[in-house]
Design a protein around this ligand. Structure first.
Ligand SMILES: Cc1ncc(COP(=O)(O)O)c(C=O)c1O
Length: 448
């Protein structure tokens, strides 16, 4: 993450201009009410340029990328590579370090399953003993896990960054450990000692999709570096709300980060793994077949290097082009300004929520070091009922466990409702949300 400079929120006029770019605002919500969309953390709405870029690809540029020499195929190949460069540059990386995947979940599984493949048969070769820190620096051992090794995750994770590591532990015999949360839902630096010399992987989120809390990376990265552990950072929630710089992150020890296009105003069906060259070279491919090979005989095959090695089969070409348009759009607004604008809205939201009777915030009370994601419960009302009453008033929020059951268990609840922002969110929309939330308990006749 780059250092954030002096706050410079977008003006109301600039936000109105942004809203004019988003076709979803042309449609009403129920009963012809204006739609207040506050579920950007689940999936972001798309500006017209993204929709147009995807359509234009199919109208004029569609061809078999990487598989022919005719002009359309060449152009499609170039379009995919241009998109790769653009998305990588958006997060301070190089195209050669970005692998396209179906979504962020697939990117996380790609790393975990590659390690599972690399570990096959290896633990027995070393008599079940964990590798020393020096031994694990050997490229041949870099990704081999076995009994005695430890994988560290956190209680703040989306299931996408938890379940693949549980699977990896089960397949390799490594142990799964985790960082805990403080009472208000921040990752607790006091639990950092679970990262020790046995830690081989540290998989953690950059920002929680429940509490919005940003991870205090320093405390954890320093320990992971000492252990020479592979650090995998889930930037699904932060990438559309903060300036990110993979170069800086990798210098601090992050080996890989994952992205989800549809949370960044881009299309569904595409995500990415951004990884160091060293990691990509060490990872065995997961999917094999067309487009990732150099030479195939009846007996065996050799594989390409770089991202292509992990991109078997026809890629999501139109989606990649749409994603390129999305990052161009966000860049044009400026990530710093977007962040500063969302901070102002967040303060308004948190102050307003504090006044709502029976509302419990699931996460830190202040706006510092957190993003515009706020989960909450209302005393005596099930979160799904909260969602329905809000929906009846044209306000769309997420309800449920948000694919983060362990985080909810920490707060002693099964589910919550969640409001989250995007580039179109205005102070008037926050007011409408607060008004609607304030009416819910009355609707159900709850007084206490
Ligand atoms: C923090 C976090 N990680 C991972 C994911 C999974 O992303 P995708 O749906 O693109 O696989 C999400 C989606 O909600 C998320 O919020």
């Amino acid at each position: 993450m780059q250092e954030l400079g002096e706050a410079q929120p977008l003006s109301a006029h600039e936000v109105e201009a942004i809203r004019a770019d988003f076709p979803y605002l042309e449609r009403p919500a129920r009963d012809d009410r204006p739609l207040v969309y506050l579920d950007w953390a689940a999936t972001a709405q798309k500006p017209a340029t993204v929709i147009a870029a995807e359509t234009d690809f199919y109208r004029r540029r569609n061809g078999a990328a990487g598989r022919s020499t005719y002009q359309l195929a060449d152009e499609a190949t170039q379009a995919l590579e241009d998109a790769r460069q653009a998305v990588a540059a958006f997060v301070g990386a190089r195209g050669e370090n970005l692998v396209f995947t179906r979504n962020a979940t697939e990117a996380l599984n790609l790393v975990a399953l590659s390690i599972a493949h690399a570990s096959l048969g290896r633990p027995s070769q070393r008599g079940g003993k964990p590798l020393s820190v020096a031994e694990r620096c050997d490229p041949a051992n870099r990704l081999s896990l076995g009994p005695g090794d430890e994988i560290v995750v956190t209680r703040a994770e989306h299931h996408a960054n938890l379940v693949p590591w549980q699977e990896l532990a089960a397949r390799t015999g490594a142990s799964l450990r985790w960082l805990e949360l403080t009472w208000d839902g921040r990752l607790d630096p006091d639990t950092a000692e679970v990262i020790n010399e046995r830690t081989r992987v540290l998989a953690l989120t950059h920002a929680s999709n429940v509490t919005g809390a940003l991870t205090p990376l320093d405390a954890f990265l320093a320990r992971a570096r000492q252990a020479e552990a592979l650090v995998v950072l889930d930037t699904c929630q932060s990438a559309a709300h903060l300036p990110l710089d993979f170069k800086t992150l990798s210098a601090r020890g992050v080996g890989a980060m994952v992205l989800s296009a549809h949370k960044m105003c881009g299309p569904t069906g595409i995500g990415a793994l951004v990884a160091t060259t060293e990691l990509l070279e060490a990872m065995p491919p997961l999917l094999t077949g067309g487009s990732m090979i150099e030479m195939v005989t009846m007996e065996s095959s050799t594989y390409m290097s770089g991202p292509a090695r992990f991109e078997a089969g026809t890629q999501a070409l139109a989606q990649a082009v749409g994603w390129q348009a999305a990052v161009a759009y966000l860049e044009q607004i400026g990530m710093q300004r977007l962040h500063d604008t969302e901070q102002v809205l967040l303060r308004q939201l948190l102050e307003g929520m504090d006044q709502v009777k029976g509302l419990r915030l699931i996460g830190p009370a202040g706006a510092d070091d957190r993003l515009g994601v706020a989960a909450f419960t209302l005393k005596g009302v099930h979160p799904h009922d909260v969602g329905q009453v809000l929906d009846a008033q044209g306000v769309a929020v997420r309800t449920g466990h948000h694919c983060a059951q362990p985080a909810h268990q920490h707060f002693g609840v099964h589910a919550s409702s969640r409001a989250s922002f995007g580039p179109c969110t205005t102070p008037a929309e926050i007011d409408r949300f607060l008004e609607a939330v304030s009416s819910v308990r009355d609707y159900f006749g709850r007084r206490a």
